[in-house]
Write a protein that binds this ligand. Structure first.
Ligand code: NAP
Length: 294
């Protein structure tokens, strides 16, 4: 495991990611590079935790005095039951991706939606007033949808394989701190085609198109999209999915999931260290780790 500086690594200097599997996570490379760049005494590891051992792993954060952790698939929802406190936004999203250990008290946050919004901002994409079509209604989609509502999206249309899950998110959006006009459309329906034809932003929050299934796409016909649409894929393996390639070939602005990954990590630093992580160092390290793994 690489680390910032090797001397005096003690309690309160160790962080990591809890997931299963977690071997291919880019987070250790990303955070450790940031510690090195900032001359910090800290190290970040990858902890492979099977679901049946999640409770013990969380207890271990307290026992071993870890400063905090990130949480990834499949533990983001289940972990909430073992925390002392869950921040309101994470509670609304229904998932935690960042835990801070404050003197043995474990507090859960979610930085996925925040990272998503910053990644749009950095590409000059304004959310306010846009009609957004969201593909998927799982954990990532929930974080993205609630933050799109906070950022003033004009409308969100949720297209998901399982309609009931989309309707569950729709109901939560109606109850959100900043409610937004929202609708559900079935995959391939006339409503879905109409929403896509007037979309200002399409966000894929399904794993469709992720390696190794790179020939798949969550959107069969990108020609439905209007010329000004932005196409965002939260997937970062591969960096250009079939969806993004087809959108680029149509001349649309495309954004992959790497920036969201980097910014959610940089935002986790706000909770652990009281300041944002160094984004460009983290981006370069994450990119190198992804390229090395491919
Ligand atoms: P999740 O909670 O399991 O939700 C998965 C969603 O995708 C559900 O809506 C599911 O539909 C849909 N789906 C799954 N397989 C499908 C298929 N074969 N065809 C159509 N729809 C399918 O997962 P998640 O945590 O939201 O993650 C989703 C994606 O977001 C992943 O690709 C992940 O890499 C990405 N992500 C990226 C970042 C980042 O930082 N870039 C952060 C978080 C997540 P049903 O409801 O019908 O099951």
């Amino acid at each position: 495991m690489t680390q910032g500086r090797s001397a005096n690594l003690g309690p309160g200097r160790i962080l990591g990611v809890l997931g299963h599997p977690v071997r291919h996570s880019a987070s250790p490379a990303m955070h450790n590079a940031a510690f090195v760049a900032q001359g910090m005494y800290a190290m970040y590891g990858a902890f492979d935790v099977p679901p049946e051992q999640l409770a013990q792993a969380v207890a271990g954060i307290r026992t071993l005095g870890l400063l905090g952790v990130n949480v990834t698939i499949p533990h983001k929802e289940a972990v909430m039951a073992y925390l002392d406190e869950v921040a309101p936004t994470a509670r609304q999203v229904g998932a935690v991706n960042t835990i801070v250990n404050r003197g043995g008290r474990l507090i859960g946050y979610n930085t996925d939606g925040w990272g998503f919004l910053i990644s749009l901002e950095e590409r000059g994409v304004r959310v306010a007033g846009r009609h957004v079509v969201l593909l998927g209604a799982g954990g990532a989609a929930r974080a993205v949808a609630l933050h799109l509502a906070m950022a003033g999206a004009a409308k969100i249309t949720i297209i998901n394989r399982t309609r009931a899950r989309a309707e569950f998110l729709l109901a939560d959006l109606a109850r959100a701190h900043q409610p937004v006009v929202a609708a559900v459309a079935d995959v391939g329906s006339q409503e879905a085609r109409e929403a896509l034809s007037e979309a200002g932003l399409v966000v894929n929050c399904t794993p469709v198109g992720m390696a190794p299934d790179v020939d798949h796409t969550p959107l069969d016909d990108v020609s439905l999209l209007p010329p000004g649409a932005v196409v965002y894929d939260t997937i970062y393996r591969p960096l250009e999915t079939r969806l993004l390639r087809e959108a680029r070939e149509r001349g649309l602005l495309t954004i992959n999931g790497l920036s969201m990954l980097v910014h959610q990590g940089a935002c986790s630093w706000e909770y652990w260290f009281g300041r944002r992580g160094p984004v460009e160092v983290m981006r370069a390290a994450a990119l190198a780790a992804l390229e090395a793994a491919s």
